[in-house]
Write a protein that binds this ligand. Structure first.
Ligand code: PEP
Ligand code: MN
Length: 373
């Protein structure tokens, strides 16, 4: 059960103390408090854990400083959708809104290789009105002998250039606590000219200690990828780890499932789960067509499989697209064969626009039918 307190309720206030004194007397109930510090006001949610079935919503509603009560099911307590649950389905970060109603494109390098490539990529994005990108500094690789990413060495120039080209958010995978600290420090050193969305890669979806660490900080939002060989429920529970530790700025990423049933694609594309995740949770949903499809193959209609998969996800309501581009794919140190070319960026963005418009029309049509009964 969640008690949503009246906005601006202060822990020092008499009502707040009274409420907590009352809650402390409830047998078999433990209390967990989450505060969301916003620009205009601080919102407090009190999670009651334990035998809440015995509690009545009306009784809890009548307690001092309680604005609303939501009875939650066992599933995805913080991030899930529950009955009469009108908590927001969006968050803002560094001036950009991420929600179940918005669409953000994160085109960029799978892995940072050279300063020149980073600059060419960011310039192309700025020239096409984009404010987000992907830039991998820490790369978890199958072989220990493969390039592992430049790590913290590349962060200063990546962040400086992002500032120069007015990029507001960079998605960047982290695999260890130290990476979060290195990112925080480098951002500070470069004058916080950009922002970072921490990415939990598919290999780490169930690295629970990493999830707890990333969940305990609230400076950076988190994109968590679906685990490549586990159920959707298991991956959604992994996302819940982040939120249960305090960070609710979480986006869920679909990136295909590992099975040879998906051949000749790198992974089996799972974007039909976009509406499922939006129904089960309040998280915005990201699709990664590059790591799903994994090749630049195209169909006889002249459209690349990666672009087909992108638009399939968008027409189903995806809210974010993580996609690999590279100025010179033959020189990319990671995943060159799946990178789109900079000259394809305007085509890609136009294709995205068409699919998004079609999705909006579909949603509008469905609403009209629903309202007509
Ligand atoms: C990536 O986005 O760079 C990546 C490695 O993706 P995934 O974790 O989905 O394999
Ligand atoms: Mn990659």
């Amino acid at each position: 059960m969640i008690l949503i307190l009246k906005p601006g309720t202060l822990p020092e206030s008499h009502e707040y103390k009274q409420l907590f004194a009352h809650l402390a007397n409830l047998a078999g109930i433990t209390v967990r408090v989450h505060t969301e510090v916003g620009i205009e006001q601080t919102l407090t949610e009190v999670y009651l854990i334990g035998n809440t079935k015995a509690l009545s919503v009306e009784d809890m509603q009548s307690l001092s400083c309680v604005e609303r009560v939501v009875r939650i099911s066992e599933e995805y307590r913080v991030l899930g959708r529950h009955e009469n649950d009108d908590r927001p389905t969006y968050f803002d970060y560094n001036g950009v809104r991420f929600g179940q109603d918005t669409l953000n494109i994160f085109a960029g390098l799978c892995a940072v290789d050279t300063l020149e490539h980073v600059e060419l990529m960011l310039k192309a994005l700025r020239d096409h009105g984009q404010v987000c990108t992907r830039m991998g500094a820490y790369k978890p690789r199958t072989s220990p002998y493969s390039f592992q990413g430049h790590g913290k060495a590349c962060l200063p120039y990546v962040f400086d250039l992002a500032g120069k080209y007015e990029i507001k958010v960079i998605a960047m995978e982290v695999t260890h606590e130290s990476h979060v600290e290195e990112i925080r420090e480098a951002l500070y050193q470069t004058g916080t000219s950009t922002g970072v969305m921490l990415q939990i890669g598919t290999r780490n979806t169930q690295n629970f200690e990493l999830l707890k660490i990333v969940g305990r900080q609230q400076d950076f939002p988190v994109l968590i990828k679906r685990g490549f060989g586990i159920t959707l429920d298991e991956s959604l529970n992994a996302a819940e780890y982040l939120a249960s530790e305090g960070n609710r700025k979480v986006i869920f990423g679909l990136r295909g499932m590992k099975t040879n049933m998906g051949d000749p694609h790198r992974n089996f594309v799972d974007f039909s789960h976009v509406p499922v995740v939006k129904r089960l949770t309040r998280m915005p949903v990201c699709i990664d067509p590059s790591h799903s499809v994994g090749t630049r193959s195209g169909s006889p209609d002249g459209i690349l499989d990666i672009m087909h998969a992108t638009t399939q996800g968008i027409i189903a309501g995806a809210n974010m697209v993580l996609v690999d581009f590279h100025p010179v794919p033959s020189k990319a140190l990671v995943d060159g064969p799946q990178a789109l070319l900079l000259k394809e960026l305007p085509l890609f963005l136009e294709d995205v626009r068409i699919a998004r418009e079609a999705y909006e029309k579909r949603a509008e049509l469905a609403k009209r039918y629903q309202e007509a009964g």
